[in-house]
Design a protein. Structure first.
Length: 415
């Protein structure tokens, strides 16, 4: 079992980071693993020398560790990408010609934009409605391969989607399912085998690893049948003299052309190994206590309304987005950062259709005239404390109770 020291994070002393959903701070263990490997830094799969051999072993071990972390099956490929967006775009490229893709309107842009003319189901009002909606959609005989692609947890609301049930329905109708686990993986253990997930994508920078590394994990047949999206060294088994005389490699190498991101892979694997050794249930329970404290505190501030798709008691990770009556969210976020040293996110969170819809619904629930253009989001993780949560609540209460003109002056002076 790991200690609290093993789970320590890099960060700026005195700064309250409540923006984990955008980018989580790097786990110190990941940075240490990178520093340990740097003296051995060499090419992967590119030589018989000691440096290349050591780095190749580290890279392939990282692939295995990450696969184990998400419960990959023996026949699955674990392909290194840049991030979740890159992974889902790669999957979109690898789909058999004519594949029908079904997704929901409540997705991050990474799971809305890569698909060609998808069937987009309405934003559900509950997990049960999501299940029923997918069942009705799949009852149509598409006469094509079908992929259902859904989020594991919303980056706007933190609400956890019923992945296992959606996978069961997809498989019952002969479809496959892909899961955007960018937000889910840092908070909840994932097991592809147990959940029935065919493909999974995640980002290292949301999982306490540095930028630049993600993975696509999933069934090999579609991946091995597709011509590589990126072509070059490492992706080939043989290149002949003729222009089109190319035999592509099978396995992950087929989609990892060029020199791989060794340090990113090793860092992400170290995070996965560290979390695997931790008591994930205890970490989740702690997060839930902090989340309850945050939501309760926010609910007591006048002129503030939480965004949500499902009911207030729906299961969720440590993400809360909220609208503020009559105030510019960017202005508030700037003041929180400049005056209070608190980092939160403002905007539409790269989920514009969903965020706009939820802002409208929140305004109706609160009885406001007009709809705020954007929202604020606070998100918590391994390094969050009760003091961090309280600092945000006290700062928001102070600023939102201040006269509007004073808030505008404060923002102008901070520039």
């Amino acid at each position: 079992m790991v200690s609290s020291t093993d789970l320590s994070l890099l960060g700026i002393p005195g700064f309250v980071n409540l923006d984990y959903a955008a980018t989580a701070p790097c786990l110190k263990a990941a940075a240490d693993a990178v520093n340990e490997l740097l003296p051995w830094y060499g090419s992967i799969h590119r030589g018989a020398g000691a440096l290349s051999q050591r780095c190749t072993r580290e890279y392939e071990q990282a692939r295995q560790t990450i696969g184990d972390f998400v419960g990959a099956r023996a026949e699955d490929h674990v392909i290194f990408t840049r991030n979740t967006t890159d992974a889902l775009n790669l999957l979109a490229h690898c789909l058999p010609r004519g594949t029908t893709v079904i997704t929901f309107g409540g997705e991050h842009h990474a799971n809305l934009l890569p698909w060609h003319y998808p069937v987009r189901l309405p934003v559900p009002s509950s997990p049960g409605e999501a299940i029923r909606s997918l069942g009705q959609a799949l009852a149509v005989n598409f006469q094509t391969d079908v992929l259902v692609s859904v989020t594991g947890a919303s980056n706007v609301t933190g609400e956890i989607w019923p992945i296992a049930e959606l996978a069961q329905i997809a498989h019952r109708h002969g479809a496959r399912i892909a899961v955007d686990a960018a937000q889910l993986a840092p908070h909840v253990p994932i097991d592809l085998s147990a959940l029935g997930i065919d493909y999974l994508a995640l980002s290292g920078h949301k999982l306490y690893a540095p930028f630049g590394t993600g993975v696509l994990v999933g069934r090999s047949d579609w991946l091995d049948a597709a011509v590589p999206l990126t072509k070059g060294g490492g992706a080939t088994a043989r290149v002949g003299d003729a222009t089109h005389d190319v035999r592509w490699a099978t396995g992950p190498a087929r989609h990892e052309a060029g020199t791989p991101n060794l340090l990113g892979a090793v860092a992400l694997a170290k995070v996965c190994a560290t979390l695997d050794a931790a008591d994930r249930q205890a970490l989740f329970d702690r997060e839930q206590r902090l989340l309850a404290r945050l939501r309760e505190g926010l609910s007591e501030i006048a002129g503030l309304e939480e965004l949500r798709m499902f009911g207030r008691d729906a299961r969720r990770i440590g993400v809360v987005s909220f609208a503020v009556k009559g105030r510019d969210s960017a202005q508030i976020a700037e003041i929180l950062g400049q005056k209070y040293q608190i980092g939160v996110r403002d905007g539409l969170f790269c989920a514009h259709p969903l965020a706009r819809r939820l802002l409208g619904e929140a305004s109706v629930r609160a009885g406001w005239e007009g709809v705020p253009a954007t929202a604020l989001r606070a998100s918590i993780g391994l390094g969050t404390t009760e003091a961090d949560v309280d600092a945000l609540i006290h700062a928001l209460a102070a600023e939102l109770n201040a006269p509007h003109d004073a808030l505008l002056l404060e923002s102008a002076l901070s520039r």
